[in-house]
Design a protein around this ligand. Structure first.
Ligand SMILES: [Zn+2]
Ligand SMILES: [Zn+2]
Ligand SMILES: [Zn+2]
Ligand SMILES: [Zn+2]
Length: 739
């Protein structure tokens, strides 16, 4: 067994100065050497756009213009006009970053499932069966693929049926063995199945139902506690009796020897695995932490690796200049091969708030952000046509760029963006990044193919698609009629991914990219679709889609956007009113009432004018428009999950509504238009003016201040301004009288 150890993480030192990066040592131009052969898997190219200087003025407008064609590919490349030169502004003397390790043969879904299975079978025979497998049986000079064998036998109805119907030869053929040695092949497969696969499968069938703990949560979930508990027994959930705790060699979780099934007499001195790890109920495929580097240090490391790889492991004519097609072919060879190990490091998801941006700094003032290059990725999320300017909560993860520092073969696995937003990625310098994209229309087909390819992984981790840990070969996707396109990004070029479009890719060598999400009006319906999807999967959203809609409804927006916004807000009204009505019909004893803020002072003086952001205890959705409470708990629930709140009788519960029906409707009326009807603001005004703790003057000042920040039209404020002015007049008169 493993000793209990406390993991420590080293903080990145920022006071350390290193050599600056010499930009003449990296590629900064985008000229390409034409490919000498077709792209692997016969992949088609995604389109490349060359905007004119005039077209290049506004990124969001330009992307909207090309969208009808471009979104059919999921990803596209934009090559800026020649004169575009944003410069590289990162301070490379103080810039240091930490990498993650990527094991090439555990990235591909099927390869990983295969390795996993083999690992579990071997553990089972070694630990539980007491008879380690000394060697995987060989047929046709290669080890029998036990995972494939298991799946093929299961597909044909199980061991007995395969024997009865004499299907072993057929299975052998489908596994790619030649016909000649038919009988010996059948016998070898049958023997391997009986001796190795069957004992494990029997044991598994018996124990699957007895898993000790529920499946572990999504490992990427920031709120989940990733540290395994080390003193608590996973079964009885109690501390103490430490001498009788055994720690799993795989997942590090602790168990009392008398709690496990069957109980152990003593703490094993040899390796030991918990039932979850043996049955495959747990599984953590996140990438491990790698080293800490400055850019010149990582540069040297990357170059050395690539040169060695293409002279020793996969020799090419000139290892100093590896052709892009050779690198791409080798990448997929490594990903698809379970028996070849190759580890690389990737500096991914580095937040520019902590690390700085490669683009020129922009001014962040109280009136927003200023800068003269709208393609500066710090600008894009806050351009007037981007909806994220209306999000008041901290979603800095989606508002500021992230940095990506690549190495040869380092990869980003299949994913689409949070909240189905667009993303835009710029390569500052370095070697090519190859992208693969699936059009948003093919998302369902893509996900089905993924599930079909690796059912085991999905059974273990239903949220697998939300994690950036699985690569599936584009060849396999194409076979299932999923459209996949590829594009090579070089220095100075932008790649845009469209809403919902799955994408993945890898780097050819040391490079530096920066990327950010953005959301123009046409994104709204994707955003709603994604919010629903998160709810279904009980996944934590980054922000409340409804709150965003309400904020947008209150603002003046460019006139061409009004129809989109009106439609989205009207849809929200219908949805919310429908939900309320249905809930009332099904649960007539639960009262519904407008929520009144009790402690108005707290709300008034905090920066966030809105109530705290409540989330449903079950699905984690933001309960912005309405929520259910019960006096027995501080937690809240959405309509759908109100019965998970507590076991109290229905009549003790209460539905809180943020807006009345009228207010919801007025939101639709004013959505996007001028002379907004500030229902929320007016409601606050009423409350404040009748509040004994506030003087009239204080209340009016607050209202007027908020009117400014909330964009309330003059129509509603002129009377208040007049009252305030006359109050001042009276005050002045009063003080002269006292003199
Ligand atoms: Zn216990
Ligand atoms: Zn374990
Ligand atoms: Zn819920
Ligand atoms: Zn209750």
């Amino acid at each position: 067994m493993k000793r209990i150890s406390t993991r420590s993480t080293t903080a990145i030192k920022t006071d350390h100065r290193s050599q600056p990066l010499d930009l003449s040592t990296v590629r900064t131009t985008n000229e390409k050497i034409p490919r000498t052969r077709k792209r692997i898997f016969g992949l088609q190219e995604a389109p490349i756009y060359y905007p004119t200087t005039e077209e290049f003025k506004d990124p969001i407008q330009y992307i909207q213009k090309i969208k009808p064609e471009a979104e059919q590919y999921g990803i596209i490349k934009i090559v800026p006009p020649k004169e575009y030169e944003p410069g590289f502004c990162l301070n490379t003397e103080i810039f240091r970053f930490r990498t993650r390790i990527q094991k090439m043969n555990s990235m591909e879904g099927a390869t990983r499932a295969n390795l996993n299975y083999l690992d579990k079978v071997q553990k089972f025979h070694r630990v539980l069966h007491g008879k380690p497998i000394s060697r995987i049986p060989v047929l046709d000079k290669r080890p029998i693929d036990l995972y494939r064998l298991k799946n093929d036998v299961a597909e044909k109805g199980g061991f007995q049926k395969v024997c009865d119907e004499k299907q072993w030869a057929e299975i052998g053929r489908s596994m790619g063995y030649s016909r000649q040695q038919c009988t010996s092949m059948s016998n070898a497969l049958k023997k391997a199945y009986m001796q190795i696969v069957m004992p494990y499968e029997h044991w598994l069938a018996k124990h699957k139902a007895r898993r000790s703990t529920p499946l572990r949560k999504d490992t990427n979930d920031e709120n989940s506690d990733n540290e395994p508990s080390q003193e608590l027994c996973e079964i009885c959930r109690e501390e103490g009796n430490d001498d009788n705790l055994v720690v799993c060699d795989d997942c590090d979780r602790a168990y009392h020897i008398f709690c496990v099934e069957p109980p152990l007499a003593t703490v094993p001195s040899h390796e030991w695995y918990c039932i979850d790890c043996l049955t495959g109920a747990s599984g953590d495929y996140g990438f491990e932490d790698g080293g800490e580097y400055s850019l010149p240090e990582f540069h040297a490391f990357c170059d050395k690796f690539k040169k060695r790889w293409f002279s020793k492991e996969k020799p090419v004519k000139n290892p100093d200049v590896v052709a892009e097609e050779d690198c791409e072919d080798e990448f997929w060879r490594l990903v698809d091969n379970p028996h070849e190990t190759c580890e690389v490091e990737y500096g991914a998801d580095l937040h520019s708030n902590h690390h700085g941006s490669g683009f020129a700094p922009i001014e962040r003032g109280p009136d927003g952000v200023k800068g003269d290059d709208p393609w500066n990725l710090n600008m894009i999320p806050v351009l007037p046509s981007s909806l994220f300017t209306h999000i008041k909560t901290d979603i800095s993860g989606m508002m500021v760029p992230w940095l990506y520092i690549g190495m040869c073969f380092s990869a980003f696995c299949w994913h689409n963006e949070d909240h189905f937003t667009y993303s835009i990625n710029y390569m500052h310098w370095g070697e090519t990044k190859t992208w693969y994209g699936v059009p948003g229309e093919d998302t369902t087909k893509f996900e089905d193919t993924m599930k079909k390819a690796v059912p085991e992984l999905f059974e273990q981790q239903p949220n697998l698609l939300f994690q950036l840990v699985t690569m599936l070969s584009p060849g396999r996707l194409l076979k299932e009629k999923v459209r996949v396109y590829a594009v090579d990004q070089r220095p100075g070029e932008f790649v845009v991914t469209f809403p919902k479009a799955y994408h993945s890719g890898f780097n050819h060598g040391f490079n530096f990219c920066e990327a950010v999400n953005f959301a123009p009006v046409d994104w709204l319906h994707y955003g709603l679709e994604c919010a629903k999807r998160y709810k279904d999967h009980r996944r934590q959203p980054c922000f409340s889609h409804d709150e965003l809609l309400v904020n947008i409804a209150k603002m003046e927006v460019p006139s061409e956007n009004v129809k989109w916004i009106k439609a989205a807000v009207s849809d929200m009204e219908q949805r919310e009113l429908g939900d309320r009505k249905r809930f009332k019909q099904q649960h007539p004893s639960i009262k519904q009432q407008l929520s009144v803020t009790k402690d108005s002072n707290d709300i008034l003086f905090s920066n966030d004018l809105d109530q705290e952001h409540l989330q449903c205890l079950a699905c984690h959705c933001y309960t912005y428009l309405s929520y259910v409470t019960c006096p027995c708990t501080k937690k809240v629930a959405c309509f759908e999950h109100f019965d998970e709140l507590c076991k109290c009788k229905e009549s003790s519960k209460l539905v809180h509504l943020r807006f009345s029906e009228d207010e919801l409707h007025s939101l639709v009326e004013m959505a996007g238009g001028k002379g907004n009807h500030p229902s929320e603001w007016l409601r606050r005004a009423k409350a404040r003016l009748s509040d004994d703790n506030l003087t009239t003057e204080e209340a009016l000042r607050m209202q007027l201040k908020e009117a400014k920040t909330e964009g309330v039209s003059k129509y509603y404020t002129w009377e208040m301004e007049r009252t305030l002015a006359s109050l001042k007049e009276w005050e002045a008169q009063a003080s002269t009288l006292l003199d």
